[in-house]
Design a protein around this ligand. Sequence first.
Ligand SMILES: [Mg+2]
Length: 456
Amino acid sequence: MVNRFFKNDLVRAEEICGKSLADDPYAKSPYFHFTDWPVVAFDIDHTLARYRLDNLHKLCYDLVVKFLVDKGYYSKETFRPFGELDLSYAQRGIYFYKRKGVFLKLDEEGNIVLAYSGTTLMDLNEALYKYAGSKELIAMKYDPFFREEGADRNEEPVHCFDDFFTTGTIYLLMELVQKCIDEKDPDFELPFKRIMEAYNFLFAKEDFARGEGGFFSALKENPSEYLYTLSSDFLQWLKTLKESKLALLIITNSKADFANFVLGFVIGEDWRDYFDAVITSAKKPHFFTLTVRNFYWLDGFEQGEVVKPGEYAKGREFCHGGFFNLKYIIKAACGHMTPRMLFVGDNLVGDIYACHETMVCGVIGVVEEFGSERSSAWGPMLGTKSEPSFWRRKLEQWTTGIVSSVETLTRYKPDERIIYSSPEFHVFTYRYFKSDLPTRREKVPLVSASKRQIAL
Ligand SMILES: [Mg+2]
């Protein structure tokens, strides 16, 4: 008999067991298929819209440097052109311990495995001696999921680089921290604050319409330099999901005008035809964690009137909102009053962790690093099988499966049983065994590390 749990290949249920699963010891073992869910919801950036990462990182680096020089924070001569080092150090899941000016990579238990002080690789024993016992890092080990938002981004003692928009300037930050070390300036947080100020400026949501900030105007000018389009196979696959009576949603943090622009490019001007409802400016992770928030209608691309109870079926495009009221949109989309959905997203915290926390949704993580890790100064983002990284373990615990691109999903029919991992689609079947579900002790609320310290 095939040992399905160790064979490193995709095996469909029927291929192993024939048409009947009745005699199979794992007959009740679960499999995964899309029609388990009444709704499949998608994030946009880095999920439906895959970016050309090298170009994206360069754009962000150049714009951040320009901002820092224009503001008079540093002289032009401080900076070098974007290059290989920036790509090599661009990795999601790296932590910056602000007060100490150290950059950390963690193992599956949350212990430090790699530490840089500025740009200097630290001896691991020294790093452990200096930092492993610090209150901030111990708190982070058990609560690594906070996400700093907007202007408050400097409240937390530790920052996690959890998306591709900011990873391209990790090495720039390391250099600016090294400059502080060399000049014996103990304010290691200052370069971080300045870079985050730059990102707040670049990504100000109203700038897409105004054409300011530089980021949105660059994308508008030449979208094909930064974005891939979706294949006709994927669009056909979306249609087959709809034909299987699944409702399809978009839940994105992007403002409506930017979402319209990006989907117009990656899908086409008819992108709305593929979806039953679209939610923009969702503010994930708060969409999932601060659940009782009102949905609003769109007035053009701007926030309009609040959606009143009983009105949800009157339209298909909403903004803001929270998970509690999402069931009304789902009811309007597919006829079932349920909060259950399969969410497909990329952000480690805002999408994957936060959606998992609802405990009623499945999550497919779009993890570009999966199966195609680029060579990195940090080693593989997911670690290796024998030495998994912190995020690999979290992804295993908290997603239904991961894929490197949504295009991978086109290989599976909506009602097809997929029972375990493959190089392309890793289905974490143990999620379906009750005894292996994460325990309450493992579940931690999405609160800040500093608040947690106070609670302790
Ligand atoms: Mg995203």
